[in-house]
Every structure is written in structure tokens, then in C-alpha cells.
Design a protein around this ligand. Structure first.
Ligand code: OOG
Ligand code: MG
Length: 258
């Protein structure tokens, strides 16, 4: 049986040396989701041992856009640490990553713990503010190819995150399902979507996470940040290129590749 610590060890090296590896699911057909989440925990623990802090979580594959793009049809979560948070306006340094891609998300900053069973309503009641956000994905697998177990172990491809310039309380936003997002690559519109792409309502994905964590004896806590999952499909970041995400009412985030 494949060992979670060994998997984490290989992922740590892949990330440190910026060298993609093959999928574990192809080496071991018995690699299951439970082992994958344990591997993720060990992968993240190495960052915490190196002095980073846990700042929250990310959801993945919560929209059809993303499930179709990645060929995996079930949501997952990963953990977000302090070293992943990028400053607004900072470019993506391509030499820090293997093959970074960026996607739009809605992020939730929690004012209170989210108690299970969580719902859209209880998540909104526990939310301090929301932001437009960008998730920098950097799969540690060759060609961004993975099964659900592989990507869970790889901490949901977490690479980095940007928060947009405007924070809104949930009651300041007319309808959280209808936050529009326009994605431009070097000025040209390449994608458009509304936040209902994420499980019908981005808070539904946060509720799914809270219930999932509760089942595992963990929970969403006040002060944590949750990235609720890609609204649009990922776009590669290229040297000299720029990807801009415009969110209705939540400002824009420009990501330049250097
Ligand atoms: C997996 C992570 C998915 C999202 O928002 O769907 C994710 C990947 O696409 O590499 O972050
Ligand atoms: Mg994402």
C-alpha cells in the first residue's frame, strides 16, 4: 500500500525543484481518497514546520467549467498557508513555479466559526467580507494530468493566491450568485462567467467544505480565508503576458508573468 508520507515527500521535492512528477494513481490502483488527504496533510505540515501559518482553505472542481477542464467530476479541498498569499499587483515569478495557471474565484473571510451542518445561509451569517480573488494553480504532476486522489494529495494544485482590492460584506452585494467575471489575456476577452458557476452559489461550496471538515474532526474557524473554487477555467501565465480578471463590484486583478 502506498504511504502518505512517501507521497508527500515526492510532492515536496517536486515543488522545491520545480520538476513535475508522474501520477501516483497510475502506480498504485489502491491509492484511495483517505490516503490522499493524509498525504495532503503531510505535504502541508512540511510548510507549517518551515514556519508558515495555516490561513484557510481552497475548494477545487466546484464548477462544471473546472470539472470539464480537468476531467475530474468531484469537488475537493486543499489548505492555504501564509507563504501562498501574493501581494496585490505583484507579478507571477515564473521561475517560482512549474507551469502556473490562473483562475478567478470568490474568497470568503470568516468573522465566526462555521458550525455544522452548514448551509448557504449559515455561511453568509459567518462571513465578514468577500473578495474577488485569483488562484494560481501549479500542479506538481506532468501536464496537469491527475485523478482525484492525485490532486487531493497535491493540495489541490495550490500555488498562490491574490485577493482583489475591494472587500464587501455579503449584505452589500445584491446577489452573490450573479457576480460577473470577465477574463482578459493581453487585453482580449477570453472567458466570462458568473459566480453561480460554483455549485449554484459560492457560499454553497464553503458550506460543503465546512461539512466535510466537520466529518473529519476539523472545522472552519473565525479569521480563516476560504477560496470557494474556480468560476472560470484556468489560463496559463506566460512571460511578458498578462491576465486580467474583472469582477462586478469587486474590482480587477491583473496578473503579469515575469
Ligand atoms: C485542481 C485544483 C482545482 C479549482 O478552483 O477548481 C481548483 C486543478 O485544476 O489543478 O483550484
Ligand atoms: Mg481554484
Amino acid at each position: 500500500m502506498i504511504d502518505p508520507q512517501d507521497i508527500a515527500g515526492e510532492l515536496i521535492v517536486a515543488e522545491r525543484e520545480r520538476k513535475a512528477i508522474g501520477q501516483f494513481s497510475e502506480q498504485d490502483p489502491d491509492f484511495d481518497l483517505d490516503t490522499a488527504y493524509r498525504a495532503q496533510q503531510a505535504f502541508v505540515q512540511a510548510k507549517l514546520d518551515a514556519g508558515e501559518r495555516l490561513v484557510g482553505y481552497k475548494l477545487g472542481l466546484t464548477s462544471r467549467n473546472k470539472q470539464v477542464a480537468m476531467g475530474v467530476d468531484s469537488p475537493l479541498y486543499g489548505r492555504v498557508t501564509s507563504g501562498m498569499i501574493c501581494g496585490y499587483g505583484e507579478p507571477v515569478q515564473l521561475d517560482r513555479f512549474i507551469h502556473p495557471r490562473v483562475e478567478s474565484e470568490i474568497a470568503f473571510l470568516l468573522a465566526r466559526d462555521v458550525e455544522p451542518p452548514a448551509t448557504v445561509i449559515s455561511v453568509l451569517a459567518a462571513t465578514d467580507v468577500i473578495f474577488g480573488a485569483v488562484d494560481i494553480l501549479d500542479s506538481r504532476y506532468e501536464g496537469f494530468k491527475f485523478a482525484l486522489t492525485d490532486v487531493v494529495a497535491d493540495n489541490a494544485s495550490a500555488g498562490g493566491f491574490y485577493l482583489g482590492p475591494i472587500a464587501r460584506r455579503p449584505d452589500e452585494v445584491a446577489d452573490l450568485r450573479l457576480i460577473g467575471c470577465v477574463v482578459r489575456v493581453s487585453g482580449d476577452v477570453v472567458m466570462t462567467a458568473a459566480s453561480a458557476a460554483v455549485m449554484g452559489h459560492p457560499a454553497a461550496s464553503v458550506a460543503w467544505l465546512a461539512n466535510q471538515l466537520a466529518a473529519e474532526g476539523e472545522g472552519l474557524k473565525a479569521g480563516q480565508l476560504v477560496f470557494s473554487g474556480g468560476v472560470t477555467a484556468p489560463v496559463p501565465v506566460e512571460a511578458g503576458g498578462s491576465v486580467t480578471f474583472e469582477f462586478d463590484g469587486l474590482g480587477s486583478i491583473e496578473v503579469a508573468g515575469v
